[in-house]
Design a protein around this ligand. Structure first.
Ligand SMILES: Nc1nc2c(ncn2[C@@H]2O[C@H](COP(=O)(O)OP(=O)(O)OP(=O)(O)O)[C@@H](O)[C@H]2O)c(=O)[nH]1
Ligand SMILES: [Mg+2]
Length: 353
């Protein structure tokens, strides 16, 4: 038995033993792991816990995969414009109000729950870019287990490029985050910078060991739990067991997310900027030599786009064989000449000769 385990460990253990759902079990197993003493004598216990966590995660991954397949007809909305963002939240939290405020969608806003029964779609204009907004009918506690059509509704979230979560209390907000998490969608943070590549050859090699917050033995146990015996691993940030298990779960999706508390206080222009920002895209304007920039029709490009990538975004009438480019905006000098590997920034004006 655990030597010198504190009360938190035993509390978690008790909760684990009473847990009904796989998700609860996982939660408390992870807590037990966190509070278990970390010394030589408890190595076996830690290994057991890690093994159980890995097994459970693997099981949950399979179940999710199956429920995705068995949902039958999906209700995904065909993507249009420069990106699709799903608006989701509990009933009566302002989803339709938001959609109506930002788009031309004619959708019912009403002071009672479950007004919106089908996904509603609208196009939000943003400085010449078009963002597709999809109101997802209300999420409830248990959506991730299929309650009130939950699997299909969360499928809409999975299909979107980013999310907006509306809520009226922190409790609601956390429930939505939790339902998403249970269905394999993680919001509010990036994917851990941990790469695990299965290898042919025997054994496990680890780069970036200084980031490891566990023993190699424990890491091996977790990998084996997922059936991995040989792998090359690269750690580029602090690595806990929880993160390792998360990365091993290949079914997870990470999404950018904007949380909006209803009634909404953000001013509309700022709100549009924040929503567009979820897409990790930039707007760049073109101008002809001697002419004026065309601010009505921006090029919508991925963040990180280089000047050399611009010709493929250009209208036919612009020079395709670029000789050189000048930039107004992010450069030190207005109209500065830049090379092809210059990274464009949001709002830049580019002149191509
Ligand atoms: N004053 C104010 N009222 C709001 C705001 N957002 C929503 N409301 C009100 O809150 C109620 C619910 O808004 P809806 O937009 O219909 O909520 P919903 O999330 O779409 O609800 P369901 O479709 O039923 O899940 C309505 O009475 C809205 O007028 C806001 O920012 N300010
Ligand atoms: Mg609604």
């Amino acid at each position: 038995m655990a030597t010198n385990a504190g009360p938190e460990y035993f509390q978690a253990k008790e909760k684990y033993e009473q847990a009904k759902t796989a998700h609860e079990k996982l939660l408390y197993l992870q807590e037990m792991h966190k509070f278990a003493p970390k010394h030589k004598a408890s190595e076996k216990l830690l290994a057991e816990l890690t093994w159980k966590i890995a097994q459970l995660r693997k099981e949950m991954e399979k179940e999710r995969e199956q429920s995705k397949k068995s949902t039958g007809h999906s209700i995904n909305i065909k993507k249009d414009g420069d990106g699709q963002i799903a608006i989701l939240g509990f009933p009566n939290t302002g989803k339709s109000y938001l959609l109506k405020m930002l788009t031309n969608a004619e959708v019912e806003v009403a002071p009672y729950p479950f007004t919106t029964m089908q996904p509603e779609v609208g196009a939000m204009e943003y400085k010449g870019a078009k963002v597709q907004l999809v109101e997802v009918p209300a999420i409830v506690e248990g959506s991730s287990e299929g309650k009130s059509n939950g699997t299909q509704l969360l499928g809409l979230a999975r299909n979107a490029d980013a999310l907006i979560i509306t809520y009226t209390s922190d409790e609601e907000k956390n429930s939505v985050i939790n339902e998403l998490k249970k269905s394999g969608i993680i919001v509010g943070r990036e994917k851990p910078r941990i790469t695990i590549k299965q290898a042919e050859s025997k054994g496990i090699t680890i780069g970036g060991k200084q980031h490891m917050k566990m023993s190699e033995k424990e890491l091996e146990t977790a990998l084996k739990g997922f059936g991995i015996h040989s792998a090359s691993i690269l750690l580029e940030e602090e690595t806990t067991m929880e993160k390792i298990l998360e990365v091993l779960d290949t079914n997870l999706d990470y999404k950018n997310c904007l949380f909006l508390k209803c009634p909404f206080t953000v001013k509309e222009p700022e709100l549009r900027t924040q929503i567009f920002g979820l897409l990790n895209k930039i707007l760049v304007y073109t101008k002809k030599p001697g002419g004026k920039p065309d601010f009505d029709s921006p090029m919508v490009m991925k963040k990180g786009t280089l000047v050399g990538d611009v010709p493929q975004h250009l209208h036919k009438d612009m020079a395709k064989n670029m000789k050189y480019a000048r930039i107004w905006g992010s450069t030190k000098f207005e109209g500065q000449r830049v090379s092809k590997d210059y990274e464009l920034k949001d709002g830049d004006v580019i002149e191509i000769s």
